[in-house]
Design a protein around this ligand. Structure first.
Ligand SMILES: Cc1cc2nc3c(=O)[nH]c(=O)nc-3n(C[C@H](O)[C@H](O)[C@H](O)COP(=O)(O)OP(=O)(O)OC[C@H]3O[C@@H](n4cnc5c(N)ncnc54)[C@H](O)[C@@H]3O)c2cc1C
Length: 472
């Protein structure tokens, strides 16, 4: 970046957009830049991926670069507000992030089914954690299902090999985002606007070779101009620029069930359990009596929701774009039977005493998936004035304290964001036929289409066999 832009418009107040806003507000190079943050929803977005009861916070990655960035983020998740005097920059502003129940270091039991996909990921992650040393990562191998069950303390478990990392845990996702938002507001550098961007705004000086973008057009017809537009629009990004073959929206399943006060207190002491072979996971409940529910979910290939929409780069042409479908669009939307059966089967194994407890709520939450699960943090190579900060691929939330810093590094062309992730987060020069994330951590079936699954009224034989077999 030769000269900082005089104005930056960030689209999206999820974790990517808000943390970028925080870093821009604090970096001296942007002190004269006008920063605007626009979102289609009031904060917190009812259907944003960054808003939920909980998110896993871990540095347990098979890729050392993400493991290292995760460990850095966790220092801030664990920091106390009184430590702010020893901190600087973003870490100082966010000191105390994990307090008041926003982060719980419950431990994480990371497991796989031996010989299946996911094993390589878990073994790689275990090695990385050992390498980081016992000062930072407190890990213990769990050699078989018996050891896993014992560590869980819920009367059940999952997988047949793995480890526990007692230095990992989970965050109250919405509370963490509210904390971040307050900190950004307090700096008084960002103008917050509500409105839905429907297209990018082409500058009159645009050419066919490199289009010049001057801001966005809203659904109201209003135009907002800016020198640089940052797309942090999560799973909706494909409706604003053509991401075919590079990133796609996939719907993931979450089911919630109520707990009695005794169950809540007991299970709140359990670790998070994540099976990288099936993608199934449970996050323990908060001990807060006002939040007596347990979440069970799948980190999977997800559902696509292909719609025929105008190509954002050439609107006369219609293309197929997988686009989030949420309760904001359809208040009756529920997780398809296939997803509920998968959650039910996992629950029976993980916490047998809750095996038949009905789910009282379910939700489809949308990942912005890339082929290898890498984030997409880069200038758009063919559009001047556009930068992407997205591609969370189902693992972006935990980086809340550090992702904005990395985004702004890439924007400025220097720092850790470039040195550690330069080769990973760029605009992929090659496109794939269909984006299916193969980062070694996904469960479920690839290729499921949401509409088709919603129409199914019965489970397949395979699904029901699993349930019947485990019931015995
Ligand atoms: C079910 C589920 C479980 C997950 N579990 C974990 C986990 O355990 N640990 C972890 O680290 N990560 C996890 N993740 C991933 C993490 O939550 C995401 O990577 C991250 O929240 C993505 O943030 P974002 O800012 O890209 O998107 P979002 O939070 O979705 O924000 C995008 C924003 O853009 C706005 N927007 C969209 N289109 C427009 C438009 N046209 N105009 C204006 N505004 C617009 C939306 O309203 C929204 O507020 C999970 C994700 C899901 C869905």
């Amino acid at each position: 970046m030769e000269k900082p832009p005089s104005s930056i418009l960030i689209l999206g107040h999820g974790v990517f957009g808000l943390s970028t806003a925080l870093s821009l507000s604090l970096r001296p190079s942007f002190k004269h830049t006008k920063i605007t943050l626009l979102d289609r929803s009031p904060f917190p977005s009812p259907d944003g991926s960054s808003i939920d009861t909980s998110r896993i916070i871990r540095s347990d990655y098979s890729d050392p670069a993400y493991a290292k960035m995760g460990a850095e983020a966790m220092e801030t998740w664990r920091s106390s507000s009184s430590s702010s005097t020893q901190q600087a920059g973003v870490a100082k502003v966010l000191a105390g992030l994990g307090e008041e129940g926003r982060y719980t270091e419950s431990g994480l039991v990371l497991v796989c089914d031996k010989g299946k996909q996911g094993e390589e990921y878990v073994r790689g992650s275990f090695e990385n954690m050992i390498e980081m040393g016992s000062e930072k990562q407190k890990v213990k191998e769990l050699k078989d299902r018996r050891e896993i069950d014992k560590e869980m303390g819920t009367g059940g478990g999952n997988g047949d090999w793995g480890y526990i990392n007692t230095s990992s845990g989970w965050a109250d996702a919405e509370a963490g985002m509210r904390f971040l938002r307050k900190k950004v507001e307090a700096l008084n550098r960002v103008t917050f606007l509500q409105g839905e961007a429907v297209s990018l705004l082409y500058s009159p000086s645009t050419s066919n070779k490199k289009k010049k973008i001057a801001g966005v057009k809203l659904s109201t017809g209003q135009e907002i101009t800016s020198d640089l537009t940052i797309l942090a629009t999560g799973a909706w990004t494909g409706t604003l620029i053509d991401l075919r073959g590079r990133a796609t929206a996939t719907g993931q399943v979450l089911c919630y069930l109520p707990l009695t006060p005794t169950e809540q207190q007991s299970f709140s002491r359990a670790p998070v359990l994540l099976n990288m072979s099936t993608g199934m996971f449970i996050i323990p409940p908060s001990p807060d009596p006002s939040k007596p529910s347990l979440k069970i979910a799948r980190h999977g290939y997800g559902y696509s929701n292909p719609l025929s929409l105008p190509n954002p780069s050439s609107p006369a042409q219609k293309i197929s774009i997988s686009t989030p479908r949420t309760t904001r669009d359809d208040p009756t939307l529920q997780v398809p039977l296939e997803g509920q059966l998968a959650c039910r089967a996992a629950l029976r194994e993980m916490i047998p005493s809750l095996a038949e407890r009905p789910f009282t709520a379910s939700k489809i939450c949308w990942y912005t998936d890339t082929p290898k699960g890498e984030f997409l943090i880069t200038y758009h190579p063919q559009m001047e004035g556009v930068f992407l900060a997205t591609g969370g691929s189902g693992h972006g939330y935990k980086f809340l304290p550090v992702i904005g810093e990395r985004v702004v590094d890439v924007l400025e062309g220097r720092g850790k964001g470039v040195e550690e992730f330069g080769g990973k987060w760029g605009w992929p020069s090659e496109v794939v036929e269909d984006v299916v994330t193969e980062d070694g951590s996904r469960g479920g079936r690839p290729g499921m289409v949401l509409e088709r699954e919603l129409r199914r009224k019965e489970g397949t034989r395979a699904e029901t066999t699993v349930i019947v077999r485990r019931k015995r």
